[in-house]
Unconditional design. Sequence first.
Length: 107
Amino acid sequence: MADATDATLAGAVDTSSLVLVDLWAPWCGPCRMVAPVLERLAERYAGRLKVVKVNVDDNPRTAAAYDASSIPTLVMLRDGAIVGRVVGAQPEPALAAQIEPLLPVRA
């Protein structure tokens, strides 16, 4: 997992792995609920999934670029293109079901 800002996001998502951008805020209860789920998923899919957290209060350009009008908003990127999106806190099995089909195949 990595933290990113408006200034560092491009570098953080520049990877061959699937990237999940977590658009969140410290005051958001559902965001705090989903955080440990994302940590477990990052561990489970290590090497194939990179989780990047962006605080929308401090990084409004990124929030606007990904149309994060509700949080948490989870945006999945492959090669910089959006390939999936989840709005709102979801239980771990539901998020895993969204992520698994998008993961790169293991070599």
